[in-house]
Write a protein that binds this ligand. Structure first.
Ligand code: ADP
Ligand code: MG
Length: 460
């Protein structure tokens, strides 16, 4: 992670405010934490400058104090960093190298201040399946000998399938093997912003070009955003050629194949086509389950506490976009922390936790008996317990029959299963209810209006 000094200070101030909220005693905060500074961030390590060697001993010797810092860092950055404490004396001793370091930061600060490699994304936590195997293999190959195999490597797919993750993984891996390699990660939008700054006279074209031309690996995310930006494309074309001619590696991502990019000059498209283009496809259920497992473990939880069929339910219903699958998992974790206190997470909890997300998704894919029951309950202002109860009150009985009818007609759910869902009724009771609704529909126009509304709600 490359950050400027001012960004670094801002980040540390946010972390400190978080620490302050955790520390109950103001004197403890003032004497141990208030004077700390973020010295630098390297990979997944934050080097923190504290008052003295004695402070290091005291903080490191107290697990509560270290967890104040670690927990705050995690909450603010959403990244698991390790920490190293350095005393002011130690930093002064290394002053020469420190000066050199801050010069490097200074140069990088001038461009793309919003972009940096994210240590969180690496090859170790990228799950490989048949959907992305080729993309991972090609990504690994370019890290072995950047600039010599496929230039550019062009990764494309629908959103949420791991392009940005792989881009960072390439960058982090190259940096791990060659710490002095200049690896630059940028988004295309950031490139456009830098170009606009140049047009407004806030910076020089040459220095921006020089900055990019001097890198060993250039990682550019979402290149489709260059569409219709003719002047910016010209600049990009120049940089692209300079890098490729010097055997420097370029990796691009896009939402579509180079040939399908609209609004891009032909000469750029043909350059993009000259390397290797690889498509990442929708993951299969098995890969999605491995992704879930990886993410559950990354959250410090035990996958064995999650009902397997519940995880299959998540994988099947959030199969088109890993970002959405992650969102569903985060929601589940949040839900279990706030509402469930037992360790084991059953399938019903999993379904309940993501219910609000399901309603907003493609209804055909996610239409379920649960959704039908909750929609009917909402429509008739009943609770799920009421509709599943033995009550014969006409309003409740009618809603129950309608819900059963919808399960049968919209999902084809077996009568027996419907009976189980509605409080353990036998299948002949379900058949009678469904038949009754069908008969009533022929003559009862208010019932058919209600049913059309319900079906419409269920399809939204
Ligand atoms: P894209 O750039 O294709 O839109 P991202 O790389 O941003 O997608 O991925 C979205 C999220 O899904 C990220 O948090 C990423 O870590 C995760 N993700 C995608 N594919 C995988 C995978 N195969 N293994 C682990 N995590 C993945
Ligand atoms: Mg992306």
């Amino acid at each position: 992670m490359v950050v400027s000094l001012s960004q670094q200070n801002q980040l540390w101030n946010r972390i400190l405010s978080n620490v302050k909220e955790r520390v109950e005693d103001k004197h403890i905060y003032d004497s141990f934490f208030a004077n700390t500074k973020l010295h630098k961030v390297e990979g997944d390590i934050m080097y923190i400058c504290v008052d003295s060697k004695l402070s290091i001993k005291l903080i490191e010797g107290n697990s509560t104090y270290t967890s104040y810092i670690l927990d705050s860092i995690k909450e603010v950055t959403e990244t698991e960093y390790k920490i190293r404490l350095l005393s002011k004396e130690e930093i002064v001793e290394k002053k020469d190298s420190l000066n050199k370091d801050s010069q490097v930061i200074e140069t990088k600060e001038r461009f793309f201040s919003t972009c940096c490699l994210n240590a969180k994304y690496n090859f170790d936590n990228f799950v490989v399946g048949s959907c992305n195997k080729e993309a991972v293999q090609a990504s690994l190959l370019v890290t072995q000998s950047p600039g010599t195999s496929f230039n550019p490597l062009f990764l494309y797919s629908k959103p949420g399938l791991g392009k940005t993750h792989l881009l960072h993984a390439i960058g982090n891996f190259v940096k791990e093997k060659k710490p002095y390699a200049k690896v630059i990660y940028i988004t295309t939008d950031a490139f456009i912003d830098e170009y606009i700054k140049y047009v407004h006279g806030d910076q020089q074209e040459e220095s921006l070009k020089d900055f990019l031309k001097s890198c060993d690996v250039l990682l550019v995310d979402d290149i489709q955003s260059l569409a219709d930006k003719q002047k910016t494309q010209e600049m990009f074309f120049y940089i692209f050629n300079a890098l490729v001619n010097n055997n420097k590696q370029i990796v691009l991502t896009s939402d579509r194949h180079p040939s399908e990019l609209k609004g891009l000059e032909d000469r750029l498209v043909s350059r993009f086509n000259m390397g290797l283009s690889i498509n990442l496809q929708n993951p299969d259920t098995e890969t999605l389950l491995s992704i879930l497992k990886t993410k559950i473990e990354a959250n410090g939880l035990d996958v064995n506490n999650f009902d397997y069929n519940g995880l299959v339910f998540l994988a099947e219903n959030f199969s088109k976009n890993v970002r959405e699958l992650e969102g569903a998992l985060n929601r589940l974790i949040f839900y279990t922390i706030t509402t469930k206190h037992s360790k084991k997470i059953d399938i019903q909890t999993i379904k309940d936790s993501v219910k609000p997300m399901m309603h907003s998704k493609d209804s055909k894919k996610v239409l379920s008996e649960e959704k039908i029951i909750s929609t009917v309950c909402e429509y008739y202002h009943l609770t799920e317990n009421q509709i599943k109860s033995k009550s014969r009150l006409s309003q409740i009985a009618l809603a129950r029959q309608i819900a059963m009818y919808l399960c049968r007609s919209m999902l084809g759910t077996p009568y027996k299963q419907i009976g189980v869902l509605f409080g353990g009724r036998d299948h002949s009771t379900v058949i009678t209810s469904v038949d009754k609704v069908e008969t009533m529909l022929k003559t009862d126009s208010s019932l058919s209006t209600a049913l059309s509304k319900l079906q419409k709600n269920l399809k939204n």
